[in-house]
Design a protein. Structure first.
Length: 194
C-alpha cells in the first residue's frame, strides 16, 4: 500500500503568500481599472493569518495592513458627505492628537505603517475631499498643512528623515475623503513606495 504524506513547510507557505502578493500588486497582470482591488476576494488577510505560526509577525502585518487599506479604498467614494474625520475634529470619537492650531489637526493614524504615522487634516474641509479638488483659494491651507507636517516631524523627533504622503483617489487607495497628509517615519523608509 502506498501512502502519501504532504508536509506543509514554512518555505512553501512563504512562496504561496509571496506569489499571491506579487500577483495582487502587479501592474502588468491587471487592466487599469482593476489594479487596486481585483484580488480582494482572495482574502489575503485571512490567508496570511493562517500562516501566522510559520511566518514572522512583520510579514503577516504587512500583507494584512495593505489588504485592509485596499479593501477600505475599494469601498470609499467621494460623496462630499461627512467622514470619520469630522467626528475626530468634533472630538466625538477619541484620537491621539499630537498637534493642533486654529486651522489644522494632527493625530496618530489608527493603523500605523511605521513607528511614527500621523495624519494632518484641515479642520474646515471646504471642498478639499482630495488634493485634485484643490482650487487657488486653498493655497493658504495647503501651505499650512505642509508646514504643520514639519512641526509634527520635529515634535516626533523624526525631522532628519520622514515622508509626507497624500493618497489621491481610488488608484492611490484613498479611503477617507477629507484631505489628509500622512507623516511617516521612525524607521528606514523604502523607495519606490508600493
Ligand atoms: P487614506 O487611505 O485615505 O490615504 O488614509 C486614511 C487613513 O485614515 C488610513 O491610514 C487609516 O488608517 C486612517 N483612519 C481611518 N479611520 C481612522 C480613525 O477612526 N482614527 C484614526 N486615527 N485614523 C483613522
Amino acid at each position: 500500500m502506498i501512502s502519501f504524506h504532504f508536509i506543509w513547510q514554512p518555505r512553501m507557505a512563504a512562496a504561496l503568500a509571496s506569489s499571491l502578493s506579487l500577483l495582487r500588486t502587479s501592474r502588468l497582470a491587471l487592466p487599469y481599472a482593476t489594479r487596486c482591488n481585483a484580488f480582494s476576494h482572495l482574502s489575503l488577510g485571512s490567508l496570511a493569518a493562517s500562516f501566522a505560526p510559520l511566518r514572522p509577525q512583520r510579514f503577516v502585518r504587512h500583507i494584512t495592513a495593505s489588504s485592509n487599506e485596499e479593501a477600505a479604498a475599494k469601498n470609499a467614494v467621494d460623496t462630499s458627505g461627512p467622514t470619520i474625520f469630522d467626528k475626530i475634529i468634533a472630538k466625538e470619537i477619541p484620537s491621539d492628537i499630537v498637534y493642533e492650531d486654529d486651522n489644522v489637526l494632527a493625530f496618530r493614524d489608527i493603523n500605523p505603517q511605521a513607528p511614527v504615522h500621523i495624519l494632518i487634516i484641515p479642520k474646515l474641509r471646504d471642498g478639499l475631499t482630495q488634493l485634485s479638488k484643490a482650487e487657488a483659494r486653498h493655497c493658504e491651507i495647503l501651505g499650512q498643512l505642509l508646514y504643520a507636517s514639519k512641526i509634527v516631524a520635529e515634535k516626533e523627533g523624526i525631522a532628519e528623515g520622514f515622508r509626507v504622503v497624500i493618497n489621491n483617489g481610488p488608484d492611490a487607495c484613498q479611503s477617507v475623503y477629507h484631505l489628509h497628509l500622512h507623516v511617516i517615519g521612525g524607521r528606514q523608509l523604502k523607495w519606490p513606495p508600493g
